[in-house]
Design a protein. Structure first.
Length: 224
């Protein structure tokens, strides 16, 4: 278990790969997912009221970070985000950070939070792909969805390492549709006659995750 004030230098050799891709950004997510077993967890059993509140605040704060679901390795920042006075943080850090692990990028990740973040991120990316393909068909333009495909592959690989039996991965693998497969060229600028504010300009693609769309992209390398 990583401790809130422990130096990264002494742990770097043993640190694992970050649990979430570096570009995962869910800061405009309208809501977050917390595990419903928190109320009966070991954390709830051993933490003081202040520590339990601090742990919940850190779960919420992690969604505001990039990568989403991570926390910085800075005890002063962690204490502030947990709303625990600095003078009490060192005594509470191990309990508040229960389950969090310091990874090779120098940030903390929690496997349960990371799994939920990856599900939301995959849903968002597949929604973007569908919107881009819909706009391409509407305006008769070819697109290059390679970047979205790369992000999906990275997210699926990260999820496979954390939760190889995730139903999201099963949907990705069994899908027969890949809207990014035949895309070839991204339209540049504002195509003639394309209304300002169209999704083809990248606006309106980030309204929130679409968990039900996670089956749209087929990623054969999800477990790579």
């Amino acid at each position: 278990m990583a401790r809130g004030g422990q130096s990264l230098g002494r742990r770097k050799a043993a640190a694992r790969e970050p649990m979430v891709p570096a570009d995962c950004d869910l800061r405009d997510l309208p809501g977050v997912l917390l595990d419903r077993t928190l109320s009966t967890s070991t954390l709830a059993a051993v933490a003081s009221a202040e520590e339990f509140r601090g742990a919940i605040l850190l779960y919420l704060a992690a969604y505001e970070e990039v990568p989403a679901g991570s926390l910085p390795d800075d005890p002063r920042v962690l204490a502030f985000k947990a709303r625990i006075p600095n003078e009490r943080w060192s005594a509470s850090a191990e309990t508040v950070l229960r389950g969090w692990e310091l990874c090779a990028d120098g940030r903390y990740y929690h496997p349960v939070t990371a799994e939920k973040v990856l599900g939301a991120w995959i849903g968002r990316l597949t929604s973007r792909a569908r919107s881009a393909l819909g706009n391409a068909a509407r305006w008769g333009r070819e697109i290059d969805a390679a970047d979205i495909q790369r992000q999906l592959e990275e997210a699926a690989a990260a999820l496979a390492r954390l939760a190889p039996d995730s139903p999201i991965l099963a949907k990705l693998k069994t899908s027969r549709s890949d809207p990014a497969r035949n895309a070839r060229a991204i339209p540049q600028g504002n195509p003639d006659g394309l209304p300002a504010g169209s999704q083809a300009k990248g606006e309106g693609l980030d309204k929130g995750p679409s968990h039900n769309s996670a089956h749209v992209i087929e990623l054969g390398s999800a477990r790579g």
